[in-house]
Design a protein around this ligand. Sequence first.
Ligand SMILES: [Zn+2]
Length: 256
Amino acid sequence: MSVFQVHVFTCRTDNFGVLVHHPASGATASIDAPEEAPILEALAAKRWDLTHILTTHHHPDHVEANLALKRRYHAQIYGPVAERAKIPGLDHPVGDGDRFEFAGEAVEVIETPGHTAGHICYHFPEHGLLFAADTLFALGCGRLFERPASDMWVSLQKLMALPDDTEVYFGHEYTLSNARFAVTVDPDNEALLARFEEIESLRAQGRMTVPTTIGVEKETNPFLRPHDAGIRAVLEMEDASDAEVFAEIRRRKDNF
Ligand SMILES: [Zn+2]
């Protein structure tokens, strides 16, 4: 059993709130701070006190409650050094390869430019946890607002190199619409078709699709599969590079 408890809940419309709690010390981190009220409710329901905020990128739906939560709890805020001017209340700017301790456990920073120029993911290597926010979604990846597809492809490969059983927590409940797109570019992938059914049934019951794992994503997420012969045949891109195929999948999703 992990030394951490992870609690996920909905914020705004489709953002996830994520709290990571270390019972032995009482330390509790919020991964991003999308909205104050649901985070306060979640903390109260669990009887946890917030000690840290781990910010992934500067978008308002990820930092809106930083200052309010910092005032109330004196939480220490970590965030991307490349976006330091845009992260409210930032105490500890961190960048690629940086390591720090949360509740005495190692946290490794993985810079994943693409969705934003400075987006970072938080990896807990001893506990197989990855907080990927808007870089990697279940069956999807973040939209490219600040960096080209070629940069995002490099970023996603860093996450693909993590162990297959790494649990991935992501920023938005977009999984059903991602699944509808995924089957258009990878229609013969049995693992994807089975997962699509599971996701439809989860969402029909109002349940969340988080977390996923690196292994499941490598089998079913088309954005991690530009090397796949079936996808390349559908796209008629047999001779293209992986980066080119990835860019085409991203372009099609933007227009889906
Ligand atoms: Zn974002």
